[in-house]
Design a protein around this ligand. Sequence first.
Ligand SMILES: NC(=O)c1ccc[n+]([C@@H]2O[C@H](COP(=O)([O-])OP(=O)(O)OC[C@H]3O[C@@H](n4cnc5c(N)ncnc54)[C@H](OP(=O)(O)O)[C@@H]3O)[C@@H](O)[C@H]2O)c1
Length: 263
Amino acid sequence: MYRFFLASLFLARTVLVIPDVYARDGDVLVLGGTGELGSEIVKVLVEAGESTTVFSRPTSSRERLSALDVEYVTGDILIETDVERLFSLSSYRAVIDALAMDDEANTGFYEKSQKYISKWAKIYGVQQIILHGAIGAGDSSSLFKPGTLPSNRAASMKDKAAAEEILKASGVPFTIMRHLTLLPLTTKESGNARLSLQHSTVGAVSRDGLARLSLECLGNKVCLNKTYHAVDDDVQLTGRYARLWERYARILRPEVLESRGMD
Ligand SMILES: NC(=O)c1ccc[n+]([C@@H]2O[C@H](COP(=O)([O-])OP(=O)(O)OC[C@H]3O[C@@H](n4cnc5c(N)ncnc54)[C@H](OP(=O)(O)O)[C@@H]3O)[C@@H](O)[C@H]2O)c1
């Protein structure tokens, strides 16, 4: 019933064809589930009654998930034998990747981690990988004025683009959700966070909004093999985010702002 309700919500927002939800066998695995975005995703999964496994490091704080009934598997996503073991321990029907590099010394974090994730997900028959990526990766790099991204950010975009390509070539059905600005956990979605296939769509989005969108795409064939941009046009931009569009005007091409009615 709840899944039907979610599917209806999804339809209302995206005006797409009727979602064809695949069989519900196997857990949902969340990579980066102890993080800010990942923990919001874990919360909505548990609330929806999904059997959820979180991959965490031995050092990860589980505080954000303390009240939740989840399984943990411990390891390091950059160690292939850990990833192989992770997939061998249980049958996951879907993987949600909310990992983020925490050390700039880890050059190629997204490419390397996705290489292992996609490889072992394919071998173990995972039916969907939802990858949280970034606007600025792949074809969306052209939205930025040349030379406006700091070199570390540009390198991260290249790394994320490489991860997207590995996933797309892996043969595992995928859903890529790119975002430009992730708002702090204290900012809640307006209710209108949405996914767009228009790659000129840019803006901010909250982590709880992304969590809801992840749940709506989970097991939803409409979302398979798609690369979306996630935005919430009605979310409250406060504090250092209040002047976000002025910052965007410095880094994004004028036609991108125009297409968003922000010129
Ligand atoms: N922040 C933004 O404005 C922004 C904008 C666009 C896109 N994004 C993307 O959104 C996603 C989530 O961002 P976030 O800020 O919510 O992330 P976050 O809070 O930093 O969480 C990152 C997660 O990745 C885990 N992790 C990192 N290295 C790992 C490793 N070697 N092995 C296993 N787990 C590892 C962390 O584990 P620990 O708990 O052990 O640290 C944590 O659970 C990322 O892909 C990020 O690039 C962010």
